[in-house]
Design a protein around this ligand. Structure first.
Ligand code: PLP
Length: 472
């Protein structure tokens, strides 16, 4: 069934004319709509028609908005106790959540730290790596290898490991140049040397690139390789080619370095099929690609509370357990009981409603409809993704893949047109072609999205894209 067949034939009441006064008047002076409420798949601004949520903010709202079950769970925890310092007490929701999270990893992870943001979890992963190597008598392992096109967080350690050009530039003076090294990400659209380079050849080449960096630094100085299994904001939903994760893991194992997965955005069911992205990718490749450390956030509590976690695999956890070793790290709000109560209920709902399966099914539909509707557009270079995690990359020239000039802010224009006129919220980013160049948008609806809503999202996004490029 095509997108048009799936849409109601009558004109859609939510869509407004870009010149209308209503559209102008609902804007806050800083350009953003003032929000009155959010329910299900829609945002309701104080003024103006509702906005269809096709990205859950930054891929956060995995259950949609205003779920009574989650609100009740949060309130119930607030009634019991609102806060308990992790240094003084254990709490039932935190214990239950940690145990459940560990169990979800096919026995690969043995410890969990519950935190509040993705940056905190990534920062903790880097620090635990350093501490682990001190414990095992290899304190010289202080180098981290990540990818050029990557974003791992906003704090200094997490930003140092990130390769994201535009987010790094203002803070160069604070970022350690000597401990953080970058290789190209696995991005078949831009990394293949020619259309005839096979996946196997691409993986072999990227594996050799990683080996070269280990050799240059001295293999025994490398602490960890850090990567996002499916690259989110930095590239726009790019899954690796088959065999890539296993190749990266093999290099780490050969040299005794840890493998850290950042599943802040792509994890917790976002790519469907399995809870963790590495599980689905590993199943598809027939490889054990489990990491040594893993972070999760966004879909963990779906935005009902600020929640993240660091998961610690057996190799590190067993060393921690010996001789009373304790990770020298902690946040005031670590193991927050209300955060845990929210995450538990979100995850209960995801399981009981079979949403990880829905993500996979709707993901196939979303990908197919986006490709059908936009694949031939002269300024759409690539449509890629997995589950409910899809990106569209824009190019000036489809044949050469040349990106637009950054000053044109093409992705931002599409986002603004989509939200203001077609009343659909998408996430936009720049830098996917490297060095701050390249534009993309991301589509990440809630896991319980229907077929009809998927079609509506595609149609509205496509119309916004078509309008913008007609005008350029
Ligand atoms: N890692 C990835 C892959 C992210 O996408 C983000 C945020 O977008 C982070 C880390 C940082 O998470 P937070 O913004 O919650 O600190």
């Amino acid at each position: 069934m095509s997108v048009r067949q799936m849409l109601p034939s009558k004109a859609e009441g939510d869509i407004i004319d870009s010149g209308s006064e209503l559209f102008q008047s609902h804007l806050h002076p800083d350009g953003l709509p003032v929000l009155k409420k959010a329910k299900g798949h829609y945002w309701y601004p104080a003024d103006g028609p509702r906005i269809l949520d096709a990205c859950g903010g930054a891929g956060v709202a995995c259950l949609g908005h205003g779920r009574r079950d989650v609100i009740r769970a949060v309130n119930a925890q607030m009634e019991s106790f609102t806060y308990a310092s992790y240094a003084h007490f254990k709490s039932k929701p935190v214990q239950e959540l940690s145990d459940w999270l560990i169990q979800s990893t096919d026995g690969k992870m043995e410890k969990a730290y519950i935190m509040c943001s993705g940056s905190e979890a990534m920062e903790a992963a880097l620090k635990l790596t350093i501490e682990y190597f001190r414990w095992v008598g290899e304190p010289q392992r202080t180098n981290f290898i990540a990818r050029h096109e990557s974003y791992h967080g906003t704090t200094i350690g997490a930003l140092s490991v990130s390769g994201h050009h535009t987010r790094r530039v203002p803070f160069h003076s604070l970022l350690s140049p000597s401990n953080f090294h970058h290789i190209p990400a696995c991005n078949p659209y831009r990394q293949r040397l020619s259309p005839s380079e096979t996946d196997t050849a691409l993986v072999a080449r990227q594996k050799a690139e990683l080996e070269d960096v280990f050799a240059r630094l001295g293999p025994s100085t490398v602490a960890a390789v850090v990567l996002e299994p499916v690259v989110g904001a930095a590239l726009g939903c790019v899954p690796p080619v088959p065999g890539y994760l296993a190749a990266m893991k093999a290099v780490c194992q050969r040299h005794g370095a840890l493998l850290i997965y950042d599943e802040v955005m792509c994890g917790m069911g976002r790519i469907g099929g399995r809870l963790h992205a590495w599980q689905r990718l590993g199943d598809e490749d027939g490889d054990d690609v489990a990491p040594d450390l893993q972070t999760v956030a966004k879909g963990f509590a779906g935005g009902y509370q600020p929640a993240s976690a660091l998961l610690v695999g057996g190799k590190v956890a067993r060393v921690m357990g010996r001789e009373g070793r304790v990770f020298t790290h902690g946040h005031t709000y670590q193991n927050h009981p209300v955060v845990a109560a929210a995450a538990l209920q979100v995850q209960r709902a995801v399981k009981e409603e079979g949403l990880i399966w829905n993500v996979k099914l709707r993901g196939y539909l979303l990908g197919r409809l986006l490709k059908e509707r936009l694949g031939q557009h002269p300024n759409v270079g690539d449509v890629r993704g997995k589950g409910l995690f899809w990106g569209i990359e824009f190019v000036k020239d489809k044949a050469t893949k040349e990106p637009f000039e950054p000053d044109l802010k093409v992705a931002e224009r599409v986002y603004i047109r989509a939200v203001r006129v077609f009343r659909v919220l998408v996430y936009h980013g720049q830098g996917c072609a490297g060095g701050g160049r390249g534009d993309h948008i991301m589509i990440m609806p809630a896991y319980n999205v229907s077929r009809k809503l998927v079609a509506k999202i595609v149609e509205r996004v496509a119309r916004a894209i078509e309008e913008i490029f007609r005008e350029l």
